[in-house]
Each structure stands twice: as structure tokens, then as C-alpha cells.
Design a protein around this ligand. Structure first.
Ligand SMILES: *Cc1c(COP(=O)(O)O)cnc(C)c1O
Length: 872
């Protein structure tokens, strides 16, 4: 059956409901939600708070009533005016741009942000987990900050899947199809024949002369447009129609087609959008993970065919404006394709033939961008790093792990010199903090609360009793939601209403509530809590100080191991004795997650360190005053401060996984027994857990401003987008003179580098027993072959000598070119460089001299991955 949705015709006076329902800003604006609820509270609940559905189902007579209801009209006008103001008023970015005090940002012609998934709202279920939610929060925070940004991705007909449980606790998957007409989307159109608007169609050439076509939907996320490509149209053959059927479904061939559409088609969609809206082309292209990496190849093609650049110059130009963010610390988590598959799609006759996917580019150059050790494999993360002049991981620890993981791309450099930085993820407070908290905080702090992350210290003024009342109220809301969902799940599992009376008694609004909800890959260790079932049972059933546990999460449909873990939890939670204290709620998604973050007192996270790149659910809990109980992994490694929760000790060095699980589970139980539970149940005369509430206050005040998506996006704007936009503008000047020069330089370095050598190093000037701060004079003789002195930076590298005979804690001191040495029969002629420097460290000290490429358009001397050090 083909379904479709008919949108209601709104009376003229209610026309403003249209934009209020389709601009997804309503999803983080409580006043707009209240307005829709007011139309018909029962219907609002029935359509699960979906304004577009609501307007589709509301009776016309009710609309006529509202059009004559003065109170409603006043509220409508207020909401409409508020949205207009939000869209038009200068925001943080508009106030920063052009400032010269070091805080200035300028993203030039804007940013195009590519991601395979976007979790903006449950009414647009186009995500599977953390990566997508992060992308959604990135768009919302960019909108709040006023950063000119366009999101780009795919619209999946069935999104990810909906999860339910079988009677024996096995996960089953459903893929209800979505109708774009019933979602807050509009088509990108242009005027066609006879002035009629027709949908813009993006074309991507496929092997054998076929064409993959896609229309472009626009979701409006506040000020930010999100372009979503959709191949499910009649112009495509069946195979091409299915390209955007599901997120992360299908085989490698299916997946590469999706990634080609997202990357190559995505750039074409951006071009169509900016052309039709009279906007400039974005300067910065941000790849949120490597999936959309083909965007860089398409941009190379644009300049090769449109600006008459060769591949290398176009690559230099693309790199200048490209930012790549990596999200996985596990090599197995990286997207890889068989090289032959890439050849299949990007090959063909490689001439100027229009029917080839990227005319003008040879497939060997494309393969080179994704090469790794194994020539049969194409690595999307490597391509991301080769296409982006700037790259980052998503927490401080993940930055360290990433520099180590990708260091082979920068041979000869220490891991800490690998040019991959980090920006710690954040979460969008107006989406994830309960309205109660937002209201309290806005009253206390004011509008600078979120965008500027200022004023949070004023939470000191909040009475402890009020803090606690809010926490307790939100726990109560969660308890109701748990009961509703447990009952619904049992009905789906085949129970009848008559045997479900007990579900009204599930959970207790006064009991310490712990949440654990996330996808179910092995490293997240869903079942660690079951390591010692009797110990867990005792905690759940303790008469004086019990705890209750709510668990949720989806396993990838192809991962039976993950489904078995879910089944273990479900079977335990089904036990008669404990079923009122532990629940597994099926179908974890944004709408459920919200209740968990609001209501849980403690958020549990026990990944295998360091495999959690960042993690964001704990941040959402913290924004609601939840205390984290977590392994020090991802964000928690840098933000745990001793007072904002608890760190589960890790058994990092223990190789035997079972033993490691035992040790870490035992540490977790112990923390619960000795620290968490006693503190929660330690009450003063008025029943207030004074110490607990102070931890809640401390968490909100100190952690709150650090975990905000606005902080994250400001970091990107200042540290990545602004320099990338400047590089991109500069490299294009004078008909791409910089791009041509940098490409030429790179070719010279590539061919000339084998001729570079440090032939001699002398150190003089130190006393017999040197002390820290004494001066050392270094003189090095360097052979440069075909390269010029201006092509290189020569550095003296001084540091402590470790037990492994390596230099650590090093300082690199640039050396000055002084002369050409007289021909020396031993070493050959060479350039002489000197430096005069202080001894920076004590203990065993060593030094060496190294040569690196230097060019004003590089971000630093490590960028090209070339270095030659003195031989000894
Ligand atoms: C925040 C969130 C995630 C990601 O949580 P992690 O801690 O990163 O695992 C996944 N799913 C939903 C619905 C979320 O809200």
C-alpha cells in the first residue's frame, strides 16, 4: 500500500501555525509546544507531540473555533513574533564577527556540515544513535549562535528500525515507512516550464550509463536548513530507488552508493540550494565522520573541470576549507570498502566523458586518497584525513587515541605531533534539559545562559529544597513513563491486560533511580551490571536503601551477539522477584531518552576504556542534575572532578577480558554500596539528602556550562571554521595562485625529499656540569638536494631521554640559516643552521636536529608527514 498525507488547509487567521509547525525550532521551544498542546490536549498526546501530524488530524471545526478565540490568537501571535525574532535578530556570531580582540570569528561564506545521520527530533527519525543526535545538536546550537551553516545528509524511507521484544526477550525489528509529506519537510524546487515550480533533481552517474537521481528535502532547524537527499522517486529504477531505504542497512555495495549520494550528491544539493536562494558558496566543508568523504572528491572535480586546476592544486584548495571529525577509537569501527568497489563506481573510461561519475579524475588518484597498508582496501577515515587540512577527535582522550591510531599517516613524527586536535562534544541544553530546569535557570541566570555559557554560578542562590523538589518531580514523571512503557511492552510480548496489574506498581518515586541506555556494541558492556547477579539482586531488593534500574538500547539488526546481551537483561528483569525494580524498555529513541535524562538520579556508563570516543548521554543527564557513575572514558575522563559523580576504577592493564570485567564490575558494586546509596539515603530532619543535593548543585553549576553544544560549536567556530575559512579564501586568491603554488611545493617536496639529510650536528657552550637553564649552542650541517633553504624548517629538538632511549618532553627550537659550508670531503657541501637555546629540562638530556617542509599555506610543519632527522 502506498500511503500519503494530506496537509490541512489553515484558516487565514491561523496561517502562522504553518511555519510554527514546520520550523523544528518548536522542538526546543516549550512555549511553542504549549501553544500546540492548547489546540487539543488529547490529540496532542495522541499524535505524540508532533505539530505537523496534529494539523493534519485536527477537525476543521476546531480550527474555525480557534480562529475566533481571542486568547488563542494572542498566544499564536506571540509565538509567531518570537519565531520571527529568533530568525532575524543578530545572535552571538553576528556580535563576534570582525572583532579584533582575539575572540573574533569569521566563517566567511559559511559552513556545509555533512553527516550520514541527523537526530533533530523524533518527528524526523533519521538517526541511529549518538552520532546522529550529535549532528542534530550541532545544527541547533549553530542556529542559536547564528552561525551560517547548512546541514547535508540523506532522508531514509524507514530511518533506523523500531525495536520490540518477543515473548522470550529477543529483539525484533520493524521498519515502518515514513511519508515525507507527513513530516516537517519541504522540497527544494525551481521554476520549470510555464513558470511552475518543479522539484530540483540531483543527478549522479552510475556505472553502465545509469543515473541515480534524488530530490532534496529541506528541514528547517531554526535558522539552519538541513538538506536531505531522497532517491525514492519514480524517475529512478528499483535499485536506485532503494539507495535511501534504510540507515546502516544492506551490504557494502548498498552502502557505497549511499555514501556517494551523500558526498557527491550532497555537494550538488548545496550548489542548487545556494544558487536558488542567492547565497554564496560555503567556504568550509565539515565531514562529521568519514562517511560523506566523497564530498571532497566532488569538489576536486568541480575545480578540475571548472577552474582549470590539476588534481593536486584542486586537492590543495579543497583541503584548505575541509574539516574532518573522527568519531571512532577502534580500527574495526572505521568505514572501509574493497578498492575494487571504488574502482567500479569511480572508474569507467576516466576521460571527459559525462557519463562517468567524476569526469576528469582518474580513479587511481581517488584510490590514493583512501589507501592504507592493504592495497585491496579503501579507507574512508584516511580519505577524510587526506582531504581535510584540519582534523579532530571528540574528547581530549579521544584526541590522544586518534593521534596514535592514525600516526602511520605521519611517519617519523611522535604521536603527540600528529596534527589531529580535539573538541569535546556537547549537548543542546534546550533539547535535553527538562523545561523545569530551563525555566529555573533562565529566571536565575538570564539569556546568556546557553549561548554564552555564562552566569551558572548563580545556581548557588537556589535553595536546596527547591533543587531537590525539582529532582523528585522529574523522577516521578519518569516512574509514570516507565509504568506506561512496561505495560505496553508486555502487551506487545503477548500478555493480556488482565495479568498486568502489577505494572502499576513498577518502580517507586522515592527510590534511587539509575539509568543505563545506549546502543549495544560489545565495548559498551550492557551486561556488566549482571556480572554478579546475586549482588545486583541484593542491591535492588535492599529493604532500607534499594535502587531501581532502567535499561534501554538497540542492537544493530545484524548483531546477534548484541541481541543476546539484551535478552540476558530482559530475562533477569522478567524475574518475578525483581521485576518491580529493574526494567528493560524497548525502542530507545529521543522521545524515551528525554524521560530517562530528566528522571534518573545516577547515569551509569561502563565502556571498555578507551573505546568510548566521547559519549554524550551522561552530559544530558548532568544537565538535569543527574550524577554520573562512569568509567573514566571519553568526556568523563576530562570532566570528572571528584564532586560531580563517581569514577569507576578501570583495570586498564589487565589483558584477560573476563578478569577485567570481574574487577570493574566489582568496583562498580562497591561504589554503589559504599558511596552512592549511603549518600542518597542520608537525610536531614526535613528528609533532605543535603550532601547529595550539593553534588547535584555542583554538577549543574560547574559541569553544565562545559557540556553545552553551544560551547562545542563555539570551539569549532573559533578553532576550526574561522582558520579554515581564512585558508580557503587565501588559497583561492588570484585565480588559485596559492593552490597552484602549494601543489607545486608538495610535488617538489615529494620528489626532492630523499635528497634531504642532516649530515652533522655539533653542540657547544655547556659547562662541565650543566644545569637547567644553561645555554647550549647547536650547529647543524644539512644537505637539501633540490630543495631551497626557504622550503624547509630546521629544528633543534631537545628533551629528556627516557628509559627506552627516546626523547620525551621535547621542545622544538627553530634554527637559523647562517651559511653554506665549505665543501667537506666527508659530508659533502651543505647548509649551516644554528640555534642558541636554554636547557629546558633536567635529568638525562638529549638533542637532535631535524628538517621539515615549510610553506606559508601549511597549518604546521607536520602537515605533509615529511621529516628527516640526524642519523644518530
Ligand atoms: C544521547 C543519545 C545517544 C548517545 O548516547 P551515548 O552516551 O553517546 O551512547 C544515543 N541515543 C539517544 C536517543 C540519545 O539521546
Amino acid at each position: 500500500m502506498r500511503r500519503f498525507t494530506v496537509r490541512a488547509h489553515l484558516p487565514e487567521r491561523l496561517a502562522a501555525l504553518g511555519p510554527l509547525s514546520t520550523n523544528l525550532r518548536w522542538s526546543w521551544h516549550t512555549a511553542t509546544q504549549d501553544l500546540f498542546a492548547r489546540i487539543d490536549p488529547q490529540l496532542w498526546a495522541d499524535v505524540r507531540s508532533d505539530p505537523v501530524r496534529m494539523l493534519g488530524e485536527i477537525a476543521p471545526t476546531r480550527l474555525d473555533e480557534l480562529a475566533a478565540d481571542a486568547d488563542f490568537l494572542a498566544a499564536l501571535d506571540r509565538a509567531a513574533a518570537d519565531l520571527d525574532d529568533y530568525l532575524a535578530r543578530p545572535r552571538w556570531y553576528q556580535n563576534q564577527i570582525g572583532r579584533n580582540d582575539g575572540t573574533g570569528v569569521d566563517v566567511g561564506n559559511g559552513v556545509a556540515y555533512f553527516s550520514m545521520e541527523f537526530g533533530v527530533s523524533e518527528v524526523l527519525p533519521n538517526y541511529s544513535g549518538g552520532l546522529g543526535i550529535l549532528a542534530g545538536d550541532h545544527l541547533k546550537a549553530s542556529s542559536d549562535l547564528g552561525i551560517p551553516l547548512i546541514g547535508v545528509g540523506l532522508l531514509y524511507r524507514a530511518g533506523y528500525f523500531r525495536q520490540s521484544l518477543t515473548a522470550d526477550g529477543w529483539q525484533s525489528e520493524h521498519y515502518p515507512p515514513h511519508d515525507p509529506q507527513g513530516m516537517p519537510l519541504r522540497l527544494l524546487t525551481e521554476s520549470g516550464a510555464e513558470g511552475r515550480d518543479v522539484p530540483v533533481l540531483i543527478h549522479v552517474a552510475m556505472p553502465g550509463g545509469r543515473v541515480l537521481r534524488a530530490r532534496v528535502w529541506i528541514a528547517q532547524v531554526g535558522r539552519v536548513p538541513l538538506l536531505l537527499l531522497d532517491s525514492d522517486i519514480a524517475d529512478n529504477d528499483t535499485e536506485m530507488r532503494q539507495v535511501t531505504d534504510r540507515l546502516y542497512g544492506g551490504d557494502q555495495d548498498h552502502r557505497i552508493k549511499q555514501e556517494i549520494l551523500a558526498g557527491v550528491g550532497g555537494v550538488r544539493a548545496v550548489r542548487a540550494y545556494t544558487r536558488l536562494h542567492g547565497l554564496p558558496d560555503p567556504d568550509v566543508f565539515h565531514m562529521n565522520e568519514g562517511h560523506a568523504g566523497f564530498l571532497g572528491v566532488e569538489r576536486i572535480r568541480e575545480w578540475v573541470t571548472g577552474a582549470d586546476l590539476d588534481f593536486d592544486a584542486a586537492l590543495a584548495a579543497v583541503r584548505a576549507g575541509t574539516v574532518f571529525t573522527t568519531h571512532t577509537p577502534v580500527p574495526a569501527g572505521i568505514d572501509r570498502f574493497p578498492a575494487d568497489l571504488v574502482r567500479h563506481y569511480f572508474g569507467g573510461d576516466n576521460g571527459q566523458n559525462e557519463s562517468v561519475l567524476l569526469p576528469g579524475l582518474t580513479v587511481d588518484r581517488i584510490l590514493g586518497l583512501g589507501s592504507e597498508g592493504d592495497p585491496a582496501v579503501f579507507n574512508m577515515a584516511h580519505m577524510g584525513l587526506r582531504l581535510g587540512q584540519r582534523a579532530n577527535g571528540v574528547s581530549r582522550l579521544h584526541g590522544i587515541v586518534s593521534r596514535d591510531m592514525f600516526r602511520d599517516l605521519w611517519p617519523g613524527f611522535d604521536a603527540d605531533e600528529v596534527p589531529i586536535g580535539s573538541i569535546t562534544n556537547g549537548v543542546h541544553a534546550p533539547t535535553w534539559a527538562a523545561p523545569e530546569w530551563m525555566e529555573l535557570a533562565r529566571r536565575l541566570v538570564g539569556p546568556e545562559l546557553v549561548e554564552e555559557a555564562r552566569g551558572w554560578e548563580r545556581l548557588q542562590d537556589l535553595p536546596a529544597a527547591e533543587l531537590w523538589r525539582t529532582r523528585a518531580a522529574l523522577r516521578g514523571v519518569l516512574v509514570d513513563e516507565v509504568r506506561r512503557r512496561v505495560r505496553a511492552s508486555w502487551i506487545e510480548r503477548g500478555a493480556t491486560a488482565a495479568e498486568l496489574g502489577w505494572t502499576d506498581e513498577v518502580f517507586d518515586p522515592d527510590v534511587l533511580t539509575i539509568g543505563f541506555a545506549r546502543r549495544v556494541p560489545t565495548y559498551k558492556r550492557l551486561t556488566l551490571m549482571l556480572r554478579d547477579p546475586d549482588r545486583l539482586r541484593a542491591l535492588l531488593l535492599d529493604e532500607q536503601r534499594p535502587l531501581q534500574l532502567v535499561v534501554a538500547g538497540k542492537s544493530h539488526p545484524a548483531d546477534d551477539g548484541g541481541k543476546a546481551l539484551i535478552q540476558q537483561i530482559v530475562r533477569f528483569a522478567d524475574e518475578h522477584e525483581v521485576r518491580h525494580r529493574i526494567v528493560f524498555l524497548p525502542d530507545y529513541d529521543m522521545s524515551m531518552a528525554r524521560y530517562l535524562y530528566w528522571g534518573c538520579d545516577v547515569w551509569l556508563n561502563n565502556p571498555l576504556r578507551p573505546l568510548e570516543a566521547c559519549g554524550t548521554s551522561g552530559m544530558k543527564s548532568a544537565l538535569n542534575g543527574g550524577l554520573n557513575l562512569s568509567i573514566r572514558d571519553g568526556w568523563w575522563d576530562e570532566m570528572y572532578d571528584g564532586e560531580n559523580g563517581w569514577a569507576i576504577p578501570t583495570a586498564d592493564g589487565v589483558v584477560d577480558e573476563h578478569r577485567r570485567d570481574d574487577l570493574e564490575a566489582s568496583a562498580m558494586y562497591e561504589l554503589l554500596e559504599r558511596a552512592v546509596l549511603p549518600r542518597f539515603y542520608d537525610r536531614d530532619d526535613s528528609g533532605l539528602p543535603v550532601h547529595w543535593v550539593e553534588m547535584v548543585r555542583h554538577t549543574l553549576e560547574k559541569l553544565g556550562p562545559k557540556v553545552l553544544a553551544s560551547r562545542m560549536v563555539r570551539d569549532y567556530a573559533v578553532r576550526y571554521y574561522t582558520p579554515a575559512a581564512a585558508s580557503a579564501a587565501r588559497i583561492r586568491e588570484d585565480d588559485f595562485a596559492g593552490a597552484r603554488a602549494l601543489a607545486e611545493f608538495r610535488r617538489r617536496v615529494d620528489s626532492g625529499w630523499p635528497g634531504v639529510a642532516v649530515t652533522r650536528v655539533d653542540g657547544t657552550g655547556l659547562p662541565d656540569t650543566p644545569e637547567i637553564g644553561d645555554r647550549l649552542t647547536l650547529r647543524a650541517q644539512v644537505r637539501l638536494g633540490d630543495l631551497a633553504v626557504s622550503d624547509v624548517e630546521v629544528q633543534a629538538v631537545i628533551g629528556r631521554v627516557s628509559e627506552h632511549d627516546e626523547l620525551v618532553d621535547v621542545v622544538a627550537v627553530p634554527m637559523t640559516h647562517v651559511a653554506v659550508s665549505p665543501a667537506d670531503p666527508g659530508a659533502g657541501a651543505g647548509e649551516i643552521f644554528t640555534a642558541d637555546t636554554e636547557l629546558p629540562v633536567s635529568g638525562p638530556v638529549g638533542y637532535t636536529v631535524r628538517v621539515l617542509p615549510r610553506h606559508e599555506l601549511l597549518t604546521g610543519p607536520a602537515e605533509l608527514g615529511r621529516v628527516t632527522a640526524a642519523a644518530n
